[in-house]
Design a protein around this ligand. Structure first.
Ligand code: 1PR
Length: 482
């Protein structure tokens, strides 16, 4: 709304929409149609639709609401039809902490609109609204990131196909899940670096060692980043994450190869793209300084939807703890979350187990582990590392995740160096422990070797999403189709 006001186009926009001219709004483009939002109580919305945008309650679920959920029309006659290609049986990609709650009251007030809803925990919210007469559609979800289902919506809007009769849905069958209609996400991860021949390749390590064993010890080359991303998208990945794994070595602002990878991927891949590696304040070789926020902006302009912060988050948390757990507003997490929203900031954690005989042997938060230590130790604390696992710090995972949640991170990408590349399954005890500690979504990572491992991460450990690499690169696993 600030941007619209600064451009002095608020009243022209209102006139345009109320005159019934073609309009499509996405995410905040839907929210702005309403009278206001709890996110910025002092700022008015366009007020074209009655009602307020409210924050999801985090009592029973992770917030932000990130992932694939429904937008199903409520009215019985509409539920049998597609409106702008929206199907009750499809899932769409959402990423937001605020939504317009759906109630009987809204139905009455939104009489001129078809209303499609999603359900998150026990809250029903507006997922999309389409005008009954005009070519006007607004979606809380991101059609441009919702794979084929979303592209169908965009195409239908552009071709002005408001109502396609007669396509029945079996929506009810797919709605059920522990978190309302939200599905669990499967994320394909591409670790990217330059190999010894100078080519940018996808690689994959065993416990972070990406070099072949034996003579020569070359960097493993598993393929080209854009081609692999496209393949995983076509096979059903819900999201793609690129990790620029050697970004700590050099620090030019414009990491041209990764920007080009993102640009080309965004032209072919229509699910969310996360970029990690080197998200921090940078100094160019000529001494020019760039903030982490500038770096992020360049990545977003090239097609990324989220950034993932690793080393810089650990260093920021050390300072946060030294300050007595107070925020200072200058960290990369805080500045990026303030500019782009919490959902744009993922914190990637690279922990290593440090075994102890008894929890009282360490000042750190230790848990009981089923994979015991070399001397039969049954407990471990998880030490955070930086620079791709090369340097351990005096801080444990629980300290890190609670602090970054306070700073405004929207999601945790939880690796485990001990499990990485082993194919032996995720570290379920670690995932459970982190889920207990924070309200934001947790992405399980490291160790997936078969489809059952995803099931364990979701059902036993309660992960909101599961990320994997090797299983997909080796073509052993079957991606769970969204
Ligand atoms: O510290 O902000 O510059 O970010 C660096 C990023 O690069 C971090 O997110 C860190 O996890 C990642 N990274 C650095 N070195 C490596 C390495 O492997 N040598 N990759 C690395 C870590 C973890 C996942 C992996 C999963 C699944 N790789 O990306 O894909 O563990 O693997 P699996 O399914 O095959 O077991 P910064």
């Amino acid at each position: 709304m600030d941007a619209l006001q600064n451009k002095e186009i608020v009243s022209a926009l209102k006139d345009y929409i109320t005159a019934g001219k073609p309009f499509m709004g996405i995410c905040v483009g839907l929210q702005a149609l309403f009278s206001g939002s709890e996110e910025s109580p002092s700022v008015s919305g366009l007020g074209i639709l009655p009602g307020k945008v409210q924050r999801f309650s985090s009592n029973d679920k992770a917030v932000p609401h990130i992932g694939w959920n429904n937008a199903a029309f409520r009215e019985s006659e509409d539920a049998q039809s597609e409106i702008y290609g929206l199907r009750g049986s499809s899932k769409y990609y959402y990423v937001h902490s605020y939504a317009v709650p759906f109630s009987a009251e809204n139905t009455r007030l939104l009489d001129n609109w078809h209303v499609a809803t999603g359900r998150y925990g026990d809250e029903e919210f507006i997922g999309a609204i389409a005008h009954r007469k005009y070519r006007q559609l607004a979606t809380q979800f991101h059609p441009e990131k919702s794979g084929r289902a979303g592209l169908r919506v965009l195409k239908a809007f552009l071709e002005d196909l408001p109502l396609e009769e007669g396509i029945s849905t079996e929506a009810a069958k797919v709605f059920e899940s522990a978190m309302g209609g939200l599905t669990r996400r499967v994320i394909a991860c591409l670790d990217v670096r330059t190999n010894d021949a100078g080519d940018l390749v996808v690689t994959k390590g065993d416990q972070y060692d990406v070099r072949e064993k034996g003579e020569g010890k070359e960097v493993r080359n598993l393929g080209k980043p854009v081609d692999l991303a496209q393949r995983y998208y076509e096979e059903g990945a819900d999201e793609i994450t690129f990790l620029n794994i050697t970004s700590f070595r050099n620090c030019p602002l414009v990491d041209l190869p990764m920007l080009e990878v993102l640009r080309r991927t965004a032209e072919r891949v229509f699910v969310p793209l996360t970029i990690g590696g080197g998200i921090r304040d940078l100094v160019d070789p000529d001494g020019t300084k760039h903030s982490a926020l500038d770096v992020t902006t360049i990545y977003f302009q090239s097609g990324a939807d989220k950034v993932s912060i690793g080393s810089d988050a650990v260093l920021a948390v050390e300072e946060y703890i030294a300050r007595g757990k107070t925020l200072d507003g200058t960290t990369s997490i805080e500045t990026i979350a303030a500019a782009y929203g919490n959902q744009a900031v993922v914190v990637s954690v690279d922990p290593k187990r440090v075994y102890v005989k008894d929890p009282s042997d360490t000042k750190h938060h230790a848990i009981k582990v089923s994979r015991t230590g070399p001397r039969g130790e049954q407990f471990a604390w998880y030490q955070c590392t930086i620079k791709g696992g090369r340097e351990g710090r005096d801080i444990d995972v629980r300290q890190l995740v609670t602090a970054v949640e306070h700073m405004g991170a929207g999601e945790i990408l939880l690796n485990c160096m001990d499990q990485d590349g082993t194919n032996e399954g995720y570290d379920l005890e670690l995932i459970k422990d982190v889920k207990d500690a924070v309200k934001i979504p947790v992405i399980a990572s490291s160790g997936a070797g078969k489809v059952e491992h995803f099931y364990e991460a979701f059902v036993e450990a309660g992960a909101d999403a599961a990320l994997a690499a090797g299983i997909f690169h080796r073509r052993e696993g079957i991606l769970l189709s969204s």
